[in-house]
Design a protein around this ligand. Structure first.
Ligand code: TYD
Length: 139
């Protein structure tokens, strides 16, 4: 997972089922919508407008991040290249492979960041120091 790049990360356009005047529904299915089985789901909310989260990498964890409500920017960094995605549609998911540093910025007030994760929580899977991340990536 040390040789992954930001180009391995993709924005997935999910199906949006319309119901006339009743709103929409988007479904995520293991190994179908996303290439892994979800073992954990969590969501960030009440992030102050303009606020930031993230600032870490994972060694093994795969994730899909969705702006379930509102918007925020996700900047991915593999030690060589940075890519920024603005997430603002509940039917789009950003797939993040392991070994990628991510910063989440510019949260709109009241936004909800939904995260689907391939593994249970494990603090040992985190790299929280950017210099350590670059060393781990052999940069
Ligand atoms: P962290 O992943 O650092 O949040 P973010 O990237 O959004 O800033 O997690 C914040 C805190 O929450 C951290 O102290 C650990 C805890 N936490 C859990 O206990 N379980 C979890 O599944 C997650 C994602 C976080």
């Amino acid at each position: 997972m040390r040789d992954t790049t930001v180009f391995d990360c993709t924005l997935i356009e999910m199906d949006k089922h319309h119901s006339d005047n009743k709103g929409n529904i988007t479904v995520v299915e293991n190994s179908k919508t996303i290439p892994f089985d979800v073992k954990r789901t969590y969501y960030l909310y009440d992030v102050p407008g303009g606020g930031s989260r993230g600032a870490h990498a994972h060694k093994e964890l795969q994730q899909m991040i969705v702006a379930a409500s509102g918007s925020f920017d996700v900047t991915l960094d593999d030690g060589n290249v940075k890519r920024t995605f603005t997430l603002n549609r509940p039917y789009q998911g950003l797939l993040i492979v392991p070994g990628i540093w991510r910063d989440l910025n510019n949260f709109s007030a009241g936004s909800v960041c939904l995260v689907l994760a391939s593994e249970k929580y494990d603090e040992n899977d985190y790299i929280r120091d950017y210099e350590s991340f670059l060393k781990w990536k052999n940069k």
